[in-house]
Design a protein around this ligand. Structure first.
Ligand code: BV8
Ligand code: ZN
Length: 254
């Protein structure tokens, strides 16, 4: 056993029935999608409220629209990495498995995860802020390429925005309530590739731990969670997760 060598952790993993995973931008870093707060994180150059808020979109529509279009292009060319694929394998082991992500890149679904709780929405979807009409990214690009100032508008005249949750916007009630529910009932909670700084997603590992879950973190760096986790697997998700899944399978079978 290379990464699971603590007897207490092994026995709790062995008896675990309900597993919850929360992922953040770090799990997609090895797919070439920049994280938010790392050394070359997206927002180190530009501040979050300059870009990921409705005010920024409304007051600076072309800049924010460009940023999302640029990110969509990076994401469209990106592929799931061994970390995403390992989670598909992991999802088949425990009796109950829930995957919650803060990411908007859809890579968990591309890897084969069916039921993903996307707390912050999905960058590939857009909608009109006036009439709510939904647009695929293809449709959006068609309109975008035919507008003069890169300010795509709906046929009703309303602005078209990405279907993501911006700072200061509420998360979908259904998603966050389901995320809370599964987290407080978890036997094991894995926090993977997140700096755990954005609420309410950052509440989830804490709620899980408070309700008795074994809390495991996968991250090459320390985070605000590291001091309270039961096991910190220090390293890249693409490297750690395939090993974790292999060893967890052995624990379950022996
Ligand atoms: C809300 C979608 C209420 C858009 C995003 C003051 C204190 C506390 C909270 C607040 C506050 N002021 C405001 C708030 C609330 C605010 C918040 O939490 N702000 C923070 C910054 C303080 N939250 C909100 O506004 C939320 N809404 O609270 O609404 C409300 C209720 C009713 C009515 C009205 C309002 C909405 C939050 C959602 C914001 N949207 N994304 C977009 O993506 O463009 S958040 C954005 O940050 C992404 O979703 C991202 O996933 C998320 C979290 O970041 P991380 O995923 O953790 O990424 P990060 O770069 O930080 O970390 C990466 C980690 O990976 C690092 O630890 C790194 O070490 C690690 N890593 C790197 N490489 C690897 C790796 N790990 C593993 N393997 C590797 N290879
Ligand atoms: Zn409209």
């Amino acid at each position: 056993m290379e990464i699971l060598n603590n007897k207490k952790v092994i026995s709790r993993l062995k008896n675990a029935k309900r597993m919850v995973v929360l992922t953040g931008a770090g799990i997609s870093a090895e797919s070439g999608i920049p994280t938010f707060r790392g050394e070359n994180g997206l927002w180190t150059k530009l501040s979050p409220n300059e870009l990921a808020s409705f005010e920024a979109f409304y007051n600076n529509t072309a800049v924010v629209t460009e940023w999302y279009k640029h990110r969509r292009e990076i994401i469209e060319d990106s592929k799931p990495n061994p970390g995403h694929c390992a989670l598909v394998e992991l999802s088949k082991i425990p009796e109950v498995f829930n995957l919650i992500t803060q990411n908007i890149d859809g890579l968990h679904q591309k890897a084969g995860c069916e039921d993903v709780i996307e707390l912050h929405g999905n960058i590939m979807e857009c909608y009109c802020i006036k009439c709510g009409k939904r647009y695929t990214s293809e449709k959006f690009d068609e309109i975008y390429n035919n507008t003069l100032k890169h300010i795509p508008k709906c046929d009703c005249g309303g602005l078209i925005r990405p279907d993501v949750v911006w700072f200061g916007e509420p998360l979908s009630r259904e998603n966050i309530e389901r995320a809370y529910q599964v987290s407080i009932n978890a036997d094991v909670f894995l926090s993977i590739g997140t700096s755990a700084q954005v609420a309410p997603a950052s509440d989830l590992p804490r709620y899980a731990k408070r309700n008795g879950a074994l809390l495991i973190e996968v991250n090459p760096n320390r985070t605000v969670l590291t001091d309270i986790v039961d096991l910190w697997l220090k390293g890249d998700a693409g490297d750690i997760l395939p090993k974790f899944v292999e060893e967890y399978k052995n624990v379950k079978e022996n």
